[in-house]
Ligand binder design. Structure first.
Ligand code: ASP
Ligand code: MG
Length: 469
């Protein structure tokens, strides 16, 4: 079988872990399987790069030197500990030093210019993966697995030029990735590719959104028509609920792509929301597994889950600490374009709306936004629409969105009654409700302080603690 395996930032943040990852890959190779490996940046690196960009923007140069030194030390330590052969270790260290040197140059350039453009930010953000991937590749060679390391650009991932959230041009990407990777896999070697980054058609480095390494893995898998994608992280799989909220939460054995999409959006395991796209119309399954608990089979995401894993409700998830904005006014009734005006104004100011509901009287529209967007959202609405289209803006600034997910809900009567009955029994007030017509999820909003109670009640009501997945 041909596997595409992605390792997250917590799987490569120490020498011991890198060695473990290399051995894990070797165990598949020894069995006769092919492996293409995708790696994330060492935990904390991408956040660090973002923070340093922010300091540069503020004109604070002092922190740059510290950051570069720390990045160098971290990667030198990992490479030194993970690779025993002297020559290979030197090879890895030379690559790390060369890349950190380039990082230093990029940062100096940005400081000189005094501005961070989306394009230069993507270039900067690429360094996390560009430092971690070669170390993994050399660590593989150190234990006798032939390997080559490639950036997303070298591997042939071509994207549009929407820096920060670039999208792959799949047809070109498929051709190029195949062309680049097949000579490597044919000779039995393991390509180690940087997750998260690609290049636009002019060769500029682009990034495909935070958490994008999962996405890289599925892009590559769809390109080479792999048999399976393994996303190795530090959790056993997708769960029936957040184990921090519900003690009896269980790992799900199998979920459909559509269900996983909802769960990813609702934060079961943070996955790039578009990561499922490239494989959705293929038969390639995705398995979510724990790097540090390899005996656990994990959760498999497939097009058609088997019969015994089709249940009405699969999971209850929550996005905590969000904000609710309710806009109202008699002038909104029967006035076409009201919703468009509201959403347009918010979109222009880059406020992402997570959930919407409108009363049939049309006199109010409620929406949920991230807390960090709340200020921007209310200012926008006040400046552009208050007093004209809308009369009043009401805000609740600490709410939780709870979503019940399961494709078995479709066409089944009484699910909503069960959901709201259970919540009411626990004395939790429901502030807003939305269900998409796909009937894949039923979402509602409660005060954040009621979140744990509500999630627990639903988990219990649908017997998820007893689920076999
Ligand atoms: N390093 C990138 C990030 O932190 C991509 C990833 O981890 O998947 O967002
Ligand atoms: Mg990550």
């Amino acid at each position: 079988m041909m596997f595409v395996m992605k390792f997250g930032g917590t799987a490569v943040d120490s020498a011991g872990k890198v060695k473990h990852v290399a051995k894990l890959i070797k165990s598949y190779k020894d069995r006769g399987d092919g492996v293409v490996c995708v790696v994330s940046a060492v935990r904390g690196m991408t956040d660090g790069l973002l923070a340093i960009a922010e300091s540069v923007r503020r004109g604070d140069r002092a922190s740059i030197e510290d950051f570069v030194k720390k990045a160098l030390n971290t990667h030198v330590d990992i490479a030194t500990g993970a690779i025993s052969d002297k020559k290979l270790r030197q090879g890895a260290l030379a690559e790390v030093k060369r890349t950190v040197g380039e990082l230093q140059d990029v940062l100096s350039g940005i400081v000189l210019l005094g501005e961070v453009t989306p394009k230069s930010l993507d270039y900067l953000m690429s360094f996390g993966e560009r430092l971690s991937a070669p170390i993994v590749s050399f660590a593989l060679r150190d234990i006798g697995v032939d390997s080559e390391f490639l950036t997303g650009k070298d591997a042939g991932i071509v994207t549009d030029s929407n820096f920060g959230e670039a999208r792959p041009l799949m047809d070109t990407t498929k051709l190029r990735v195949n062309h680049r990777l097949s000579p490597i896999t044919k000779r039995g070697a393991v390509p180690v590719i940087t997750g998260f980054i690609g290049a636009d058609q002019h060769g500029n480095t682009t990034t495909i959104g935070r958490g994008g390494s999962d996405y890289t893995a599925t892009i590559v898998a769809a390109s080479i028509n792999a048999d399976e994608v393994c996303l190795w992280s530090d959790v056993d799989g997708l769960m029936t609920a957040d184990p921090k909220l519900v003690k009896t939460a269980k790992v799900l054995k199998e979920v459909s792509f559509a269900e996983a999409m909802e769960m990813a959006l609702f934060g079961a395991k943070y996955m790039h929301p578009r990561a499922l796209e490239p494989v959705m119309d293929t038969k390639i399954p995705i398995r979510i597994r724990n790097t540090f608990n390899v005996k656990h089979p994990g959760t498999v995401i497939t097009q058609e889950p088997s019969r015994d894993s089709r249940r009405i409700v699969k999971s209850v998830s929550a996005i905590r600490h969000t904000a609710l904005i309710d806009v109202s006014g008699g002038g909104m009734v029967g006035a076409p374009g009201t919703a468009a005006k509201i959403f347009d104004a918010l979109a222009k100011n880059r406020v992402n709306i997570m959930m919407i509901s409108q009363s049939p009287s049309e006199s109010s529209i409620s929406m949920v936004v991230r807390k960090s967007d709340l200020d921007k959202a209310t200012t926008t609405l006040e400046l552009s629409l208050l007093g004209r289209v809308i009369k009043k803006i009401n805000v609740s600034d600490d709410v939780a969105v709870i979503a019940v997910v399961g494709s078995g809900m479709r066409g089944i009567k009484g699910v909503a009654a069960k959901v709201f009955g259970a919540v009411a029994k626990h004395n939790v007030n429901v502030i807003m409700i939305a269900q998409g017509s796909s009937e894949l999820n039923l979402a509602f909003v409660v005060n954040d302080k009621d979140c744990e109670k509500a999630v627990g009640a639903l988990h219990e009501e649908f017997g998820l603690g007893k689920a076999r997945g």
